[in-house]
Design a protein around this ligand. Structure first.
Ligand code: TRP
Length: 447
């Protein structure tokens, strides 16, 4: 542990973990999931899951990471008190990282494409049908998406090779607050549109009769995805947290800022979508058609559009860094590969998967698996199953395998800070979270 770099400051680790959490998951995926799962019903379930499962799982990952000072595979092995097999949680995480990165980079590619279109003021004056058409054409193109995905994966690899504190901390500190500011401006604009009321009612008013097993699992998957949980990304970050830092306040800050950004994105997108006649179930178009149309109606739209998509690209980058860091750290720490080599190999693998993912979105493409495009299947398998199962095993590990005294010691920084909530938190991790995740998972298989 001692020869490992620590994050420079308290704000550094919050910024880096929030940088990991805040990304396309908040601005692209959250509205997609909320729209497809009944709006308000999804929203209320989502909030409850963040509080009762997301937050405790985040603490668990931080504790496991900082206690062991290792990558996820090594961490579970080191803390398992000699019993074998727990490293498998780490391997699941390495697998999830590849699958998530593949479709994540596809979406990041569209974001980079939107940056290009914003620069040339392409969206100006276009009607909905044209923007929709252009977006569909982009999905059907071969080289354009590959190029932008390639750029994105290259940038991710570049930051990773440069090393953790220097690379990640520097970028996320200044930029995320600016993204937040732009979202606030966008909210104000969106709320003045004629469809604002309908959009808000859809997004925020819970209709409890719409809460189904599917809504529960999708909210669970989205919460873990958005908070970067369930695959060890925050275990690797935890391994860089200084011993004196307060884990609870760090986790709180990350959960709150991540959720705030997702809620703001919903408040921006749904009123605008209802105004422009874009269905809430429209999926990819919710962000990539609605937002350009919204910008075009604003004073200073050119400027806001450009900065927004640029910052979204950077937000995606600080997230993809945390994803790629998982396999890279595994290869360097467990298999003694050097960092440059490990990054190159993983980045090339991700790029190949990503090309398959984006080509699978062509009209009539044969690249389908389980009745959906490979892009959608990668998203579903990784978030809905790998992250939830990874998260479940992580809380079980912490609650039932790791020594309670180890947890308490790490959680209270060796007893130096008093944590009044340590007992309830421990019992949530030990009983409530595993039970709730199991019930939600099993409910998918009973019809
Ligand atoms: N949370 C990020 C987002 O919302 C994506 C992400 C980064 C992630 N690291 C992760 C998702 C680890 C799951 C696990 O965009």
């Amino acid at each position: 542990m001692s020869n490992k770099e620590n994050f420079g400051s308290k704000f550094g680790i919050i910024a880096a973990a929030a940088g990991s959490a805040i990304g396309l998951g908040n601005i692209y995926r959250f509205p997609c999931e909320a729209g497809a799962n009944g709006g308000g019903a999804f929203f209320i379930v989502y909030l409850a899951i963040v509080l009762f499962m997301g937050l405790p799982l985040m603490l668990s990952e931080f504790v496991i990471g900082r206690r062991s000072g290792k990558n996820p595979v090594g961490a579970f092995k080191a803390l398992a008190n000699g019993s074998k097999g727990w490293g498998v949680i780490g391997y699941l995480g390495v697998l999830a990282a590849f699958l998530i990165l593949a479709f994540y980079s596809t979406v990041a590619g569209w974001t980079i494409d939107a940056v290009g279109k914003s620069i040339i003021n392409y969206y100006h004056g276009l009607d909905k049908a044209t923007i929709q058409n252009d977006f569909q054409n982009l999905l059907n193109e071969t080289w354009q998406p590959i190029l932008s995905e390639g750029i994105f994966i290259f940038l991710t690899a570049f930051v990773i090779v440069k090393g953790v504190t220097k690379g990640i901390e520097k970028y996320s500190k200044i930029l995320m607050p600016i993204l937040f500011g732009i979202l606030i401006v966008l909210c104000i604009k969106s709320l003045t549109l004629p469809g604002a009321k309908d959009g808000l009612v859809f997004f925020l008013k819970p209709d409890f009769s719409k809460i189904t097993g599917k809504v529960l699992i999708n909210a669970l998957g989205q919460a873990f995805f958005s908070l970067s949980l369930g695959m060890g990304a925050l275990i690797t970050y935890g391994s860089y947290i200084a011993k004196k830092d307060n884990l609870t306040s760090t986790a709180f800050a990350v959960c709150i800022s991540d959720t705030l950004i997702a809620v703001l994105a919903g408040i921006v997108i749904f009123p605008a979508a209802f105004t422009f006649g874009i269905r809430p179930e429209a999926g990819n178009e919710l962000a990539f058609v609605t937002l350009p149309m919204l910008f075009d109606q604003m004073v200073g739209g050119y400027f806001f559009c450009l900065i927004f998509f640029l910052l979204l690209t950077i937000a995606a980058l600080t997230s993809s860094i945390s994803l790629l860091e998982v396999p890279v750290l595994y290869l360097t720490e467990q298999l003694n590969m050097n960092r440059k080599k490990a990054t190159t190999y993983t980045a090339i693998t991700v790029f190949i998967l990503c090309v398959i993912s984006s080509e699978s979105l062509h009209d009539g493409s044969p690249l389908r698996l389980f009745g959906a495009s490979i892009f959608d299947t990668l998203d579903m398998v990784s978030s809905t199953f790998l992250l939830t199962i990874g998260g479940l095993l992580t809380v079980i590990f912490l609650g039932w395998k790791m020594k309670k005294s180890d947890f308490m010691d790490e959680y209270t920084n060796g007893g130096t800070i008093s944590m009044r909530l340590r007992k309830p938190i421990y019992y949530i991790i030990k009983f409530l979270a595993p039970l709730a995740i199991t019930v939600i998972l099993i409910s998918q298989f009973i019809k």
